[in-house]
Design a binder for this molecule. Sequence first.
Ligand SMILES: Nc1ncnc2c1ncn2[C@@H]1O[C@H](COP(=O)(O)OP(=O)(O)OP(=O)(O)O)[C@@H](O)[C@H]1O
Ligand SMILES: Nc1ncnc2c1ncn2[C@@H]1O[C@H](COP(=O)(O)OP(=O)(O)OP(=O)(O)O)[C@@H](O)[C@H]1O
Ligand SMILES: [Mg+2]
Ligand SMILES: [Mg+2]
Lengths: 268, 268
Amino acid sequence: SPRVVAFINQKGGVGKTTSTASIGHALAMAGRRVCLVDLDPQAHLTLHFGQDADQLSRTVYDLLVDPTCTVEDVLRRDVRPNLDLVPAVVDLAAAETELATRPDRTRILSDRFAPVRDRFDVILLDCPPSLGLLTLNALVLATEIFVPMQAHFLALQGVGKLLETVGMVSNSVNPRLRVTGIILCMHDGQTSLAREIVADLDAFFHQAREQSVPWSTCRVLRPPVRRNIKLAEAPSFGGSIFDYAPGCPGASDYRALAAQLLKDWGMQ
Amino acid sequence: SPRVVAFINQKGGVGKTTSTASIGHALAMAGRRVCLVDLDPQAHLTLHFGQDADQLSRTVYDLLVDPTCTVEDVLRRDVRPNLDLVPAVVDLAAAETELATRPDRTRILSDRFAPVRDRFDVILLDCPPSLGLLTLNALVLATEIFVPMQAHFLALQGVGKLLETVGMVSNSVNPRLRVTGIILCMHDGQTSLAREIVADLDAFFHQAREQSVPWSTCRVLRPPVRRNIKLAEAPSFGGSIFDYAPGCPGASDYRALAAQLLKDWGMQ
Ligand SMILES: Nc1ncnc2c1ncn2[C@@H]1O[C@H](COP(=O)(O)OP(=O)(O)OP(=O)(O)O)[C@@H](O)[C@H]1O
Ligand SMILES: Nc1ncnc2c1ncn2[C@@H]1O[C@H](COP(=O)(O)OP(=O)(O)OP(=O)(O)O)[C@@H](O)[C@H]1O
Ligand SMILES: [Mg+2]
Ligand SMILES: [Mg+2]
């Protein structure tokens, strides 16, 4: 049964989409069957793979709001070898309002995705910068959570609030949900600020191992992903970093992260 | 009558708070009477000036929801020489829901702030990463808007949506509202991506000069603010960049930006 990872952080611009796209593509290149799901009305993950929203007749929006729409209708097969994508479009912003009154509104994605779930080794869910209904749908489908973040002082504040929300979800709708990894994005490893923040995070998760909390097995994933302008350029070429600049430091860091995940998951 | 500038961008982590704090402090150091208003439930601007939320009995939240609370109650005088602050706390997140049914809900800040408005030369409003009710209150009080952003491909998309919202507000509640400046934050000036994005922005605003749109006088402000880790470190010391590292490149860029603004505003 597949690893289902939600990339979550209610702070904007921290590296959720870049991490989902890059790790997803790296895992597919390593031969695993991967599905990416774009849950953000900004549809940046969809852009990362050159998918034109105007040509998308069926997206995750339809999957959520239209009972006649199936996951087979929206699944774009092999956008890259071994890599499928459920795309998003801007209309998705309306989903939160449209679904607000349905009693099963946090379960919809999980229920609708179920028929194809076991087709994949890994499913990655890119979430918008909020803890609203779209993110909650991801938290119900997922088995684990990665938190992309920058090693900055203000970023630490958001993490506390995020863990609190995860705690509530795992206590109510998805008891097996774990926070298993922090991804350090846009990392300036040379600075004392970054080193201090990483040390704080390592210490926090070390003492959490003794507690019965959903992040008791969480650790900071290595390597951190260095700031590398190539990662910001790639989406303007409609491709991931592995399409655009496979030899650059950003590609190398994400490839190493993916390789480490395959080890941890016993999937080599 | 004062310059009232809202720092707006619905994308997260683009430099709104850092710009509001740094430009505000620089203008105060240049001898102008400045008021900063923190409209973000994250209360990062409040942190930037070492203001402890637990000690804040009165914040912008009270100003918005409690009719007995006056602006004099919440105004923290001289947090730095010439610099007053209306702080925020996390409770502010509830304001959007609490005010949702009031017919005057976008005017409240403007109305409640009116008694002290003319005490200042410049009022700067730090907004959350959304186009919701708190940001709309800023848009009604403001006379102009600055948009902090990174010169990245994905950042351009957000700007279009932002301008559309500004257009709607200026057509309905605040006809004199102008978008007057783009602030380039965390700028990697050496990269071709940054140069291309800046060229695109310059060209866009050049052709907008002929149109009757609220951004017809907007330009990219100079200098761009370089990426500088000192700017990320400053809030962890409870101070602005001018308290923490007044000689660093980040301080120099924001000081130069503020000086240019004073020229443009005829306020030297
Ligand atoms: N390691 C990196 N080096 C340089 N630029 C990066 C890096 N990682 C991400 N970026 C750029 O930073 C910006 C924000 O990254 P990204 O879109 O992945 O964040 P996000 O958390 O998904 O944002 P949002 O909250 O808007 O969904 C993008 O322009 C992206 O290209
Ligand atoms: N020029 C810069 N160089 C380095 N770091 C910076 C720079 N400007 C801002 N930062 C850091 O980047 C992060 C995001 O900046 P900031 O908080 O100003 O953005 P924001 O748009 O206000 O975010 P939010 O949407 O969460 O309110 C912060 O950790 C900040 O310290
Ligand atoms: Mg994203
Ligand atoms: Mg901010």
